[in-house]
Ligand binder design. Structure first.
Ligand code: PBG
Length: 328
């Protein structure tokens, strides 16, 4: 009897061509979504210092960057707006002339439905206190008063040309209220992507600079999920589906791969995962120091999210990665 192995997994790893042929997981540009920031009243795009390569865009620079993403075959963009003036009710969020609505109309006239235009639906960028909703005199986020605002914001975003609205505030009942408001306003074809399993995460740190939406007091742990919980994510996901969500999201991605897998196995709708600002910043910072191989780590981080079960990945590297995939 031979003492040598008959089965040799290494045979399939021998050449790049073999490895490519047997790869179980692939990424294509169409499933990537680029998060973008547009700021009212600025003359030039403003670099976000904690996220090298990411900008607060002007209306014009946004149009250029969306054109570039569409050219590269990126599946969609998700837009965050930063208004010039903030107030207690986040009035800029549903103003037809608010920055996101104006920018959506620009983009819709530029690219139409050639790339999926998504709008993040929340209030934290628009409120002077930085919370995701209406705050009571006691300083708590008022769930049901906030739902009324979300309903109105959904209508404004749909009217401006958003194909998808993505409620990210983690208010109870948000998907149901938004679905009903859209249907009543004649937008029954507008899609709802629920940020269904969204954790109270420190990985959102750099985003708070990009979107200027840091809470001025307290935090978001009374509405976003505790990182200790995973079963709870399934409960949130099922509730959103019952309320009419067309797609669901897990956020952040890299530290929650188990949650992505469990959600993917449990539902029959597309599952998105958001590789958030802190995930981006950590890799960029380590690469800048020369401590990791930037492009390989980026690819590996995305493949891991895909392997865990995400159908759609929101990533700040979407355009770059799509261009790299096209040139291979
Ligand atoms: C809320 C929202 C946040 C992010 C996306 N939507 C911030 C928060 O919940 O505090 C974070 C995204 C990121 O970190 O990249 N509008």
């Amino acid at each position: 009897m031979s003492s040598f192995p008959v089965a040799r997994p290494r045979r399939l790893r021998r050449t790049p061509a073999l490895r490519r042929m047997v790869a179980e997981t692939r990424i294509s540009p169409a499933e990537l979504v680029l998060p973008m920031f547009v700021k009212e009243g600025i003359a030039e795009a403003n670099p976000v210092s904690s996220m090298p390569g990411v900008y607060q865009h002007t209306r014009d620079s946004l149009r250029k960057a969306v054109h570039e993403a569409a050219e590269a075959g990126v599946g969609g963009i998700i837009l965050f707006g930063i208004p010039e003036v903030k107030d207690g009710t986040g009035a800029g969020a549903d103003d037809p002339n608010g920055i996101v609505q104006v920018a959506l109309r620009d983009l819709h006239s530029d690219v139409g439905d050639a790339i999926v235009l998504m709008a993040d639906l929340c209030m934290c960028e628009y409120t002077d206190h930085g919370h995701c909703g209406i705050v009571t005199p006691a300083g708590e986020v008022d769930n049901d008063a906030t739902l009324e605002r979300y309903a109105s914001i959904a209508g404004a975003q749909a009217a401006a040309g958003a194909a998808v609205v993505a409620p990210s505030g983690m208010m109870d009942g948000q998907v149901g209220v938004i679905r009903a408001a859209l249907d009543q306003a004649g937008y029954s074809e507008t899609t709802v992507l629920g940020y269904s399993a969204k954790y109270a995460s420190a990985f959102y740190g750099p985003f708070r600079e990009a979107a200027e939406g840091a809470p001025q007091f307290g935090d978001r742990s009374t509405h976003q999920q505790d990182p200790a919980n995973a079963d709870e994510s399934l409960r949130e996901v099922f509730m959103d589906l019952e309320e009419g969500a067309d797609m669901v999201m897990v956020k952040p991605a890299g530290a929650y791969l188990d949650v992505i897998r469990r959600v993917r196995d449990a539902v029959d709708v597309p599952v998105a995962a958001y590789q958030v600002s802190g995930e981006y910043a950590m890799i960029e910072a380590a690469a800048e120091k020369g401590w990791v191989d930037r492009d390989r780590v980026i690819n590996e981080s995305l493949i891991a999210i895909r392997r865990a079960g995400a159908d759609i990945i929101l990533t700040y590297w979407a355009t770059e990665v799509a261009q790299r995939l096209n040139n291979r």
